[in-house]
Design a protein. Sequence first.
Length: 288
Amino acid sequence: MQPQQQSLIYLHIAVLLFGGTALFAKLIGLNALDITVYRTAIAGMAILAMLSFGKKQIKLNNPKDYLIALFLGVTVGLHWVTYFAGMQMAGITIGMLAFFSYPVMTVFLEPLFNKSKPQAKDIISAGVVVLGIYLLVPSADLGDDVTLGVITGVVSALFFSVRNITHKRYFSQYGGPQTMFYQTLVASIMLCAFIEVPVYEVSNQDLILIAVAGIIFTATPHSLFAASLKHLSAATAGLISCLQPLYGTILAIIIVHERPTLMTLIGGALIVSAACFETWSITKKARQ
């Protein structure tokens, strides 16, 4: 098998596992914050073991990088809590689709760092995403769980966008596993004071699911994703990542028997199409 073909398989497996992460919002009988704390703690230990076994560098190069790692950990922790909370309220498919507004959101946040203005095509993409999110919302009632779930998913996208932009500008010199170790470490420590169910009260079934979520659906896909980039372009990785909502929806239908409505599918198609277009547009510009 050619290295490029192997990398493509790694990438699809990573995106499939990323999509499967959403299932644990429904499968684990804990709130979103508790799931995040335990999942990140286990993922952090798994990544640390991976780095140690591979004799990879763990220490950061500069003292100021630890402050950046702290900020990244805080934002990714808030992202994960709102990510799971959105899916617990709105369902896996709707919560994931609302979150996938982040590529277009990133296009509007990056100019704040670059002191530039969004282009007309970006504004059109944003309009398509807004329309897609509108189709996901069943009513304007903030007391409706689905509506709150969509809003929470969009907030999760905001935190994820801020994290990605910060990482790209200030932390891109570090590899994926090393970066994720510090982010999972900070996120678990930051949120552990707020857990409702202490670990000794968590059921054995939930402990097993949390371990699976942390090791197989967090540490493994991040490592596979990083490995795939050795032989694949950022454009290929970005576009295939747009399959994450599709994989997540299919898994939700098969495993937790969710049935998305026609309006959800149409809204999701608009959001994912805009995300794919912006990903393709950004990577094309970077190559030029």
